[in-house]
Write a protein that binds this ligand. Sequence first.
Ligand code: GCB
Length: 648
Amino acid sequence: MHPAAWAALGPLLWACGLALRGGMLYPRESPSRERKELHGLWSFRADFSENRQRGFEQRWYRSPLRESGPTLDMPVPSSFNDVGQDRQLRSFVGWVWYEREVTLPQRWTQDLGTRVVLRIGSAHYYAIVWVNGVHVVEHEGGHLPFEADISKLVQSGPLSSCRITIAINNTLTPHTLPPGTILHRTDTSKYPKGYFVQNTNFDFFNYAGLHRPVLLYTTPTTYIDDITVTTSVDQGTGLVDYQIFVQGSEHFQLEVRLLDQEGKVVAQGTGCRGQLQVPNAHLWWPYLMHEHPAYLYSLEVRVTTQTAAGPVSDFYTLPVGIRTVEVTERQFLINGKPFYFHGVNKHEDADIRGRGFDWALLVKDFNLLRWLGANAFRTSHYPYAEEVLQLCDRYGIVVIDESPGVGIVLAQSYGNRSLQHHLEVMGELVRRDKNHPAVVMWSVANEPASFLPPAGYYFKTLIAHTKALDPSRPVTFVTNSNYEADLGAPYVDVICVNSYYSWYHDYGHLEVIPLQLATQFENWYRTYQKPIIQSEYGAGAIPGFHQDPPVMFSEEYQKALLQQYHMVLDEKRKNYVVGELIWNFADFMTDQAPQRVMGNKKGIFTRQRQPKAAAFLLRERYWQLANDTRRPPAAGGAQCLESGLFHV
Ligand code: GCB
């Protein structure tokens, strides 16, 4: 790589490979825990200097950002790319600086029995954080949270405020996830001196910034650091195995209680690990698979220590869904019953805010999913916000939880350095999402060049590591039907395959789909004897473009292409095909390219979440599938299922 590209990366080079320490429980309020959200306007500056290092050379973190130059107002959470009018900021590559002054409640700064934690939900891609000019944490990876205990800093002086500075670099290299390369254009007859661009091998815009909530929260100094819950069922009795990690003291009492939705205690225990038994448990069922889907219990954990001032407790409540997941040669089973994924692939993407978290958008998306009759989605192509998974738990939307391993196509990205980082990312992902009943499978990557020789060792190691981290869930990666050899497929539990017949080849020839798709399924099943999910298929449609007989990019073509797929899916789902996920839920932004019309238009909804014709087709199908594949009604129950079809 050209030296200037390394300069653009700056500290990224020396700070990779941070070990995974401690838990990453979602910060919930409780009688012992407070939260302070830092959303709103932050001060912002992109470092446009040629080597992108001015911020470090001039130590912009040492004093308020406004003192080292002009600043912009920047909303958090949001990507910085699309909120301004500056084309150069939209496509900026390098370090950007965020800053926020926070006034803290007096108790937080004076009570030494209080622990104050700064938590950043996501900063894409590499982040360095200072509090009052003191370096507190660094993190690599744009889609998972990280924290710093800042108690000592905020409790050391008379100040009741603190200044948080976050420098974020969006540069992607062959060793980041997702990978990318910096291309230096050195022909001075065509490009100015020092000109470089970011190149990627994935099909979405590399939005950057503080994408998810940034907040401060407190715990007592002896606190519940992590909880791991796994569930099973034995003849109607729900078994909840728990393990709890406490930090801050070795002497404490630990009590756990499991409450049902009426607030009744159904089981209790003491100590750091144990099993709770729930006779006649309400199981967590997916949406449309049961008359009462998504039943959640509450696991109340209380840890108490004795201090000079008397006993002090920390409380944390974790939602728990009791369910099982298994994979056989032909089936995907939830609670022992065959489950058919009928759903979507999504992106975290919207107008103006880019990948920034937004409650209104989240609720709209879930309303659309339920309207559609979708029972599942894949977090293509990176982990989504924790708030998204919480809604999946509550609504019964099943999730294939994917790592940011997308576009791994360069031989360089299969070396030890990349593998090591990928292993760490899987560790962070499992640590964050392991307790969500909605998450039924991990996906380690999307369409990696799994035919390259080093891919065999890479995926064998990665998948074995993921299974060791979480033996309770199957693991997959998503491959492409065009790949002739797949060196990773022997290690996965479920084959997820993407194909774009009559779209990326045989343009306009919808009639070839049945043959090509049937051949795809038969080949994969013959080779691996594992259940298969059609993890992507679809066609671009520009909303409002109509043409009949259908031609590419019309709403009619998108619909007709889906219908061809559905005929084959209906045949093969009697056998070993266990799911279909449309590409994509909504139109989304990509890099500019001649084959992209203001982004990727394969959404069945527009980017503004309005339905195209295909959305109505899919809605009919999904509700019908819900009826065809639903759980047989339990004796003496399930009136709404027994009485016939779900209502569309
Ligand atoms: C794929 C990729 C996805 C793309 C899609 C497309 O195979 O997994 O990221 O957006 O195809 O539309 O080309």
